[in-house]
Design a protein around this ligand. Structure first.
Ligand SMILES: [Zn+2]
Length: 331
């Protein structure tokens, strides 16, 4: 079932033609048909990267037909004793790296999207909340939570499994009342959206003055993209429609009406990005949610270490981009 698309040679942000940085990419995660290029704006002040051709908005639902949120994960097979011992020693090595770089704390902060615990009935919205696990974690930290999700199966799961309130449908179509949320979070969602500026402008509208929006997304300027090239997991054609850097996050926020924001990168979860990238490099495919083979696990750990080392020299090179913005009271 072919996906209907339109060509997008010009930058969706500034209209300048983009250079093709990857061509003839295939969906090696969920088998959506088609060949896809990634273009990057030639204006360094803009720097947006995007998919060309671009799926029509009405076709986007087809990109998620076989998506991982629709499948139950199969339990891990019990490995052979020698394998268990090998894995155990890898885990011990990994725990040394984790301690060296305070990874546990850094990952905890990422999980909670750099927000403090909620109190006094503070309201949080998670856009694209998926199965609801993160929303539940925020609820347990005292936030009054609401989720938004396009996928009915994921939304039902969130309600039944995690007992969280989820609104089903497109955020803009739902038409929430303005100025009601203290925080809005989006974890690896913005890159999937056809009109990211429109989506963030809507977030701005429904935030209270002084409210915060926190976004995480793959960083196209990352060490991993440089190392893995077209096998970099962060590309995920054709579901990642726009890819951002520290530079292109600026026009994104500005066009959406935000004037106060901080943008930085993190390498703390580089290992999870590496798992997919290594699988794609070595085997040409990757199954989400599957435990890495031992040899892949070793390479993941090495990559995590190198990515952290690299980040300490080049702080724009983290695998993930983090944007934290505040709605200024006069807006
Ligand atoms: Zn541009």
């Amino acid at each position: 079932m072919a996906i209907k698309t339109f060509t997008q040679p010009a930058c969706p942000f500034c209209g300048i033609e983009g250079n093709i940085i990857h061509h003839s990419l295939k969906d090696r995660l969920f088998g959506v048909p088609g060949r896809w290029a990634v273009r990057r704006c030639v204006d360094p002040a803009c720097d947006l990267a995007w998919l060309d051709p671009m799926p029509l908005e009405a076709e986007v639902v087809k990109l998620y037909k076989n998506y991982y949120t629709h499948k139950k994960t199969t339990p891990f097979k019990k490995p052979h004793l020698m394998h268990s011992m090998g894995r155990l020693s890898l885990k011990m090595g990994y725990s040394i790296i984790k301690r060296m770089f305070s990874l546990k704390e850094k990952r905890r902060r990422l999980k909670y999207m750099f927000l403090e615990p909620g109190r006094d009935g503070k309201k949080l919205l998670e856009v694209g909340c998926g199965n609801g696990a993160r929303l539940r974690a925020f609820k347990d930290k005292g936030w009054q939570v609401t989720g938004q999700e396009l996928d009915p199966q994921a939304a039902t799961y969130a309600k039944t499994e995690f007992d969280v309130n989820v609104l089903l449908g497109d955020l803009i179509d739902i038409g929430l009342e303005g100025e009601q949320f203290d925080a809005i979070v989006m974890n690896h969602v913005i890159e999937h959206i056809c009109e990211p500026v429109g989506m963030l402008a809507e977030c701005n509208r429904i935030l209270k003055p002084g409210g915060k929006v926190v976004i995480t997304t793959p960083n196209i300027e990352s060490y991993g993209h440089a190392v893995f090239g077209e096998n970099w997991r962060g590309l995920e054609p054709p579901r990642h429609l726009h890819l951002f850097s520290k530079q292109s996050a600026v026009p994104l926020m500005h066009k959406s009406g935000f004037r106060q924001y901080k943008i930085w990168t993190s390498a703390a979860r580089a290992a999870s990005m590496a798992h997919g990238s290594i699988d794609l490099s070595l085997f040409g495919s990757h199954t989400m949610g599957e435990r890495p083979r031992q040899m892949v696990f070793l390479r993941e750990i090495i990559f995590q270490y190198k990515a952290l080392q690299n980040w300490s020299q080049h702080q724009n090179s983290g695998e993930e981009l983090i944007i934290k913005a505040e709605k200024t009271p006069w807006q």
